[in-house]
Design a binder for this molecule. Structure first.
Ligand SMILES: [Zn+2]
Length: 568
């Protein structure tokens, strides 16, 4: 059977897609047939992947487009689950054959891990778990505040919280927090259900506790819960004190004697200055960033130019567009697409550099023969993106060939470095909290114990913030961290990736050309080698110890000190 083109595939319904899998299912797998079978399977996966990406993207580009939504939901309900199930059968077929296609060792190891975890009784529980996740989203999505006679969603409130007016920030923050506290009981009830389901998932699959089950489920084959705890401890030792030093700077910038929670939502506000304007039009935005990427590296600049030539950007905020920023990709043609909600501010530059890093991953991995080999773990995917922010930002200033005044470029860079530094202690709280919760099931499902634990962790890892008078809001911080509820244990990835990205930045300070060459080489490996090997290839080191983190924290603090001299 001939593989359909993408346009042909877009029009196929479930019944017409089934035979495409059936043909592969019926092939007799031998050394001789393996390569072409793998190619056929890979091509089919690309078709499904791209159909998903295009339909999802259409709904984000225009959330009011009912036709797009209908198509996307139809795909999610009818086609995608069937395609996933058929794909699973092909995985089983390959595993049963005991053949190993070239470059697929690690991917097969992951498939085997998934197969070992599979357990029929868990299917309804997983559906139940994802329904609880939907309920959680619904509760959070319905939260609003009344502001000057207008009802604002919390997303709108957070954008208002960027105001340099501190009193206004305080009022907005109080209203937002009250709206969140109003749902305290509901979230507590959901939490106990999440905990019971998760304990059951683990025991059905034959694991002693949810954490060991979840570790496998997230395919964390290269590091252990103990490594994760070691990283949390390293953060306490070296990043938390540095974060406290940043809070001290906030005090002098804002001329205050206590840092309060409403000073922390966006560090831009600590300057009491309006946000820096970075561009007016999308064209200006795209070309300014393109010039910088070109300076950084002609090959990366070339990839970006390909995106420009093919109009693979939709960057400006407009009414009816979905929130956030991301990079998606079209698998059959191997091209990325960047979606953003830019408003002309300097913070938008960072997002575009970040998403460009993800886009470069799409370009670099294209030479791997199979779709299966493309994705590394998020622990490395976020290195690709975060490193791009850190590598590109030094070129923002006029004296480096960029378009911003030295002062504005310094402030833009400083805000990003501070934010990355402050992220680690918060990440440590989120990670340590979850270790505790799943190590102590009964206490962990008791909301009062969770509140007490969270509060103690905040004091331990994030000292220097004054919560006085807002204790209830402080202790319920775990309610507001979506990952804890919906994607347990998924968070350390960002902290590890950030550490890797700073190591690449450090390399670039020694030898820019070599640092980029290694970076590109690591991206080109896709997901074919382990995380430690990917980090090593990129010139970084997947480590959890205080010494490695300490070196990076020193680097950040040196850079911050230097940038401060450039501020007016
Ligand atoms: Zn990212």
């Amino acid at each position: 059977m001939k593989t359909p083109t993408f346009n042909e595939f877009m029009a196929l319904d479930r019944e017409s897609i089934e035979p495409l899998y059936q043909v592969l299912q019926e092939v007799e797998l031998t050394e001789g047939s393996l390569d072409s079978w793998m190619e056929g399977w890979s091509d089919l996966r690309k078709l499904v992947d791209e159909r998903y990406a295009k339909l999802a993207l259409a709904t984000e580009l225009d959330t009011t487009d009912e036709e797009a939504e209908k198509k996307y939901h139809g795909f999610l309900e009818n086609i995608y689950p069937a395609a996933q199930a058929a794909d699973q059968k092909l995985k089983e077929k390959l595993l049963a054959s005991e053949l190993v296609p070239t470059g697929m060792d690690l991917i097969l190891k992951k498939m085997r891990t998934e197969a070992d975890l599979f357990c029929e009784e868990n299917l309804p529980l997983m559906t139940e778990e994802s329904k609880l996740g939907t309920q959680y989203s619904k509760i959070l999505g319905a939260q609003t505040i009344d502001w000057e006679g207008e009802e604002l969603t919390l997303t709108q409130t957070k954008s208002k919280l960027q105001t340099p007016d501190r009193d206004e920030r305080k009022q907005l923050w109080e209203l937002m927090s009250q709206s969140q506290l109003d749902d305290r009981d509901d979230i507590n009830q959901l939490w106990a259900k999440f905990m019971d389901i998760r304990a059951e998932l683990a025991s059905n699959a034959g694991y002693p506790d949810y954490r060991s089950f979840r570790w496998q489920q997230r395919l964390r084959l290269d590091y252990t819960p103990e490594d994760s705890k070691k990283f949390v401890e390293a953060i306490k030792q070296v990043a938390a004190p540095a974060a406290t030093r940043v809070y001290e700077k906030y005090k002098s910038r804002l001329n205050i004697d206590k840092v309060r929670p409403w000073d922390l939502l966006n560090n831009q506000t600590t300057f009491s200055l309006p946000p820096i304007k970075a561009f007016d039009t999308e064209e200006e935005f795209i070309s300014r960033v393109g010039n910088i990427l070109n300076k950084l590296d002609p090959v990366l600049g070339g990839y970006y130019q390909t995106m420009r030539d093919n109009q693979l950007f939709d960057l400006l905020n407009r009414k009816g567009k979905g929130p956030g920023g991301f990079c998606t990709s079209f698998a059959t043609v191997g091209l990325p697409f960047i979606f953003m909600n830019a408003a002309g501010r300097s913070a938008d530059l960072r997002v575009l550099f970040h998403e460009s890093g993800h886009a470069f991953h799409v370009f670099e991995r294209i030479n791997l023969p199979y779709h299966h080999q493309w994705r590394p773990g998020l622990e490395f995917a976020e290195v690709a993106s975060t490193a791009m922010e850190l590598l590109a930002e030094p070129f923002l200033a006029e004296d480096m060939g960029g378009f911003m005044s030295t002062e504005n470029a310094a402030r833009t860079r400083l805000l990003n470095l501070e934010e990355k530094l402050l992220f680690w202690p918060y990440m440590a709280v989120v990670v340590a909290f979850q270790h505790w919760v799943y190590e102590n099931h009964e206490e962990g499902k008791n909301p009062a114990s969770c509140d007490a634990k969270w509060s103690a962790l905040v004091d331990e890892y994030m000292p220097g913030i004054d919560w006085e008078g807002y204790e209830d809001i402080k202790m319920t911080g775990w309610h507001r961290k979506l990952h804890i509820h919906q994607v347990p244990f998924y968070y350390i990835e960002y902290g590890l990736a950030s550490l890797g990205a700073f190591q690449i930045m450090q390399n670039a300070l020694q030898d820019q050309a070599k640092a980029i060459k290694d970076y590109r080489h690591a991206l080109a490996l896709g997901g074919t080698v382990t995380l430690p090997e990917l980090y090593r290839a990129s010139g970084a080191n997947l480590s959890f110890d205080a010494q490695t983190l300490g070196e990076v924290v020193d680097l950040i603090e040196e850079n911050l000190a230097d940038l401060e001299t450039k501020l007016a």
